[in-house]
Design a protein. Structure first.
Length: 207
């Protein structure tokens, strides 16, 4: 067999492999993202509730920070859910009591078939600035989205973080890449945590 023949055979085999690869790729069906199981008419977003640890004494300053954090979180919820399909924000003045029954009643008035409840139990501001701190920011919150008629939980999650130096915990490297190397304020940490946790819920995705 001549050298030219060998070259021709090699080129033919290569073309066949490329063609087979392309055909295989074209034959792959696109993977569709999972769809929510329940059609949501609208979501009644309840005001953020503060949870105080009764087992540990909390100073008035800590309580005030929590209340300030509650207002910040209410505002961030409105920002994050502004593009969510038919979110209805329930004013604080309409909430007559706590509990799922009260929330379901308010959701019914708003003609919503789902309720979003959030709680904030820690909101600690950093001591220092973005370049250096004596104490870093810390935030703890939880959320639950459930159907009104059955009470079935559709999504839930919890965020609990005190920002750490990268060298103290290398597992924070992915977050450091997205956040940058600076120290976050409590509001920035809260916003980041809400985007992370609520963003994992298909029902809370934007339009």
């Amino acid at each position: 067999m001549t050298v030219l023949s060998k070259v021709r055979i090699g080129l033919a085999v290569g073309c066949c492999m490329v063609a087979a690869g392309c055909a295989e790729q074209e034959g792959l069906a696109p993977v569709a993202p999972p769809e929510p199981e329940i059609a949501i008419s609208c979501i009644a977003v309840m005001p953020v509730q503060v949870i105080v640890d009764v087992d540990n004494a909390m100073s008035q300053a800590d309580e005030k920070r929590l209340q300030d954090g509650r207002q910040v979180m209410d505002g961030l919820l409105k920002q994050q859910l502004a593009d969510t399909v038919k979110a209805r924000f329930i004013p604080e003045g309409q909430v007559q009591g706590k509990g799922q029954a009260n929330a379901q009643q308010l959701a019914g008035r708003a003609k919503c078939n789902a309720v979003l409840e959030t709680t904030l139990s820690r909101y600690q501001e950093r001591v220092g600035n973005q370049y250096g701190v004596q104490d870093s920011a810390a935030v703890t919150f939880a959320y639950k989205l459930y159907e009104v008629s059955s009470g079935r939980v559709l999504c839930h999650g919890r965020f609990d973080e005190k920002q750490q130096p990268l060298m103290d915990n290398l597992l924070t490297l992915p977050k450091t890449k997205s956040r940058g190397l600076g120290w976050l304020s409590a509001e920035e940490l809260l916003r980041d945590g809400m985007q992370e946790r609520l963003g994992q819920c298909l029902y809370l995705e934007g339009k």
